[in-house]
Design a protein around this ligand. Structure first.
Ligand code: MN
Length: 204
């Protein structure tokens, strides 16, 4: 019998949690093929090259994000952010938040529409590449953050709830330079049951 050695993969590429064409017409299969298989997978592959043989190789991905800088941070955060982004979307999503999260949104922003307006405006006006985040602190207070490049609320001790990918690769195939339009369509596939569950693990 031959022993087969399988090379251990340090951080693994998560499978897209739905079919590539599942988010059409809002996000095309072509965009998801490039976004997941090339961009996201590229960050994971690069990260594994960078951390092999270092103190980071035994860490969880989120721990690498909060304890690194430079190229390791950039690739780790982009890997984490993308996994979180893909997991936030669904083909037949729950379109509106309810429960504790809805209560917090209404208290902080006045209405769910106002939350979406603020995040959409922030995404439309973010200069260059980055992410717009909805996050919470340990007391359940909500924050909207605009972050350049691989930026994440994890480095500020906040708990991420939802992110909008504002890198051109997230929308350029489908929407060209119309970023605001892309973000307005993005809301159609955000699965609020997932975002609520993230919030509930903090406040309940
Ligand atoms: Mn992206």
């Amino acid at each position: 019998m031959t022993m087969t050695t399988i090379a251990a993969s340090l951080i693994t590429i998560a499978k897209l949690p739905y079919a590539y064409d599942a988010l059409e017409p809002y996000i095309s299969a072509e965009t998801l093929h490039f976004h997941h298989d090339m961009h996201y997978a590229g960050y994971v592959t690069k990260l594994d090259e960078l951390i092999e043989g270092t103190r980071y190789e035994t860490m969880e991905l989120s721990e690498i994000v909060t304890s690194s800088d430079g190229a390791i941070f950039n690739n780790a955060a982009q890997a984490w952010n993308h996994q979180f982004y893909f997991d936030s979307l669904a083909p037949r999503p729950k379109h509106h938040p309810t429960g504790e999260l809805r209560r917090a949104i209404d208290e902080e922003y006045g209405s769910f529409d106002e939350l979406k307006n603020r995040m959409t405006n922030m995404a439309a006006t973010l200069f260059g590449s980055g992410w717009v985040w909805l996050a919470t602190d340990k007391d359940g207070k909500l924050y909207i953050l605009s972050k350049s490049n691989a930026g994440t609320p994890l480095t500020e001790g906040l708990i991420p709830l939802l992110c909008i990918d504002v890198w051109e690769h997230a929308y350029y195939i489908d929407y060209r330079n119309a970023r605001r339009d892309a973000v307005e369509k993005f809301w159609h596939v955000v699965n609020w049951s997932v975002i609520e569950a993230r919030y509930d693990t903090v406040v309940i």
